[in-house]
Design a protein around this ligand. Structure first.
Ligand code: SF4
Length: 351
């Protein structure tokens, strides 16, 4: 369906035919709790005749979000436990997250920061908070990489992005700036020449990591927006969240990963969905995720293979969760090939 502006209210979603009118009360309850926004670019991709449309599952609010699983938590990956100052998350020695804003062009129903983002969320860093955050980065010479995230930093104006990039460019020990965004597919109009220029901090390497979960999100407009970034000298990586009914079939995931590589974007992470409140209906099991990754190995080019990772609940960090192909034996190893054949490998000089 076509929308001329971002859909935010229950009435707008009903008028657009994205939700049946008899769900209005439940929908308003969900919208009162979690932010809702569906951009025209994404609304256009939704097939309203398909009740389980994979784009709708990601963005159209669902009454199932009101059900909480006891294992779910408001801050699933423990951002707040690792926040030395407002806007900074310092979980690993050599890198920090700098959460400039908690606003996004679109709000994902599975968002791991759903208690922080949106119009009733934590907003955008004030000039004083930003100065404190930057002073923290200046003060810790171990910080090699700054990850601009949120929220989606590309909702900020080119002027604000330029100011932040300029201040990071002046910090000698910061060498890499990474930007996490959904904008190229959710709102390609945000990828302007001015914003691209603003992201390129002088003397630093800038990377952009695209959050994308289904091959249909890589429209011609999205691919053109990515091409603009890459042609400007900004390498791109991707991160996807493994979601039930969205990308948990090998053919769908393979199509997404191939489309990314064709767009010159290297698949980086496949995240196991976090324990965010009200998202159990979108989570797969880890066993399902490992089966999917196994199905990709040997059938899809190595260039297309992301690392399947879990953010350990509470904030202990992110780790690869397989599948594993190597098993230690008393002498050496058993190694499994992509077709399931098993082979031995000698122990080597360390044993
Ligand atoms: S774009 Fe990222 S931060 Fe924003 S709602 Fe989606 S997952 Fe959350």
């Amino acid at each position: 369906m076509r929308a001329s502006r971002t859909l935010r209210r229950a009435a707008e979603l009903i008028d657009a035919g994205l939700v049946p009118a008899d769900r209005r009360a439940a929908l308003e309850e969900v919208a009162a709790r979690y932010a809702v926004a569906i951009t025209p670019a994404l609304a256009e991709l939704i097939n309203v005749a398909e009740p389980n449309d994979p784009i709708a599952r990601q963005f159209v609010p669902d009454p199932m979000e009101l059900a909480s699983d006891p294992q779910e938590r408001p801050d699933p990956i423990g951002d707040d436990a690792h926040a030395p100052v407002e806007g900074v998350v310092h979980r690993y020695p050599d890198r920090v997250l700098l959460k400039l804003t908690h606003v996004c062009p679109v709000y994902c129903r599975f968002c791991f920061r759903r208690e922080m983002v949106g119009p009733r969320g934590r907003g955008t860093l004030s000039p004083r908070q930003l100065a404190t955050a930057l002073a923290y980065i200046v003060g810790d010479t171990r910080i090699w990489e700054v990850i601009l995230t949120g929220g989606d930093p590309l909702v900020l104006s080119a002027r604000r992005l330029r100011a932040v990039a300029g201040q990071l460019a002046a910090i000698a020990h910061v060498k890499v700036i990474r930007v996490h965004t959904r904008a190229p597919s959710a709102a390609p109009e945000l990828i302007t020449r001015e914003r691209i220029r603003a992201l390129k901090a002088a003397g630093k390497a800038t990377y952009v990591v695209l959050h994308v979960n289904h091959p249909r999100e890589l429209t011609q407009a999205a691919r053109a927006a990515c091409a603009q970034l890459i042609d400007a000298g900004i390498p791109m990586l991707s991160q996807s969240v493994l979601l039930k009914g969205v990308n948990d079939e090998p053919a769908t995931l393979a199509a997404l990963l191939r489309a990314l590589v064709e767009t010159r974007i290297k698949p980086y992470y496949l995240h196991h969905a976090d324990l965010a409140p009200g998202t159990a209906h979108l989570r797969t099991t880890i066993a399902d995720g490992r089966r999917l990754m196994r199905a990709l190995r040997g059938t899809v080019s190595g260039l297309c293979q992301p690392t399947y990772v879990l953010d350990i609940p509470g904030g202990a960090g992110k780790v690869p969760i397989g599948p594993d192909y190597l098993r230690p034996l008393d002498h050496g190893y058993e190694v499994e090939d992509p077709s399931g054949g098993r082979w031995t490998y000698p122990p080597g000089s360390e044993s």
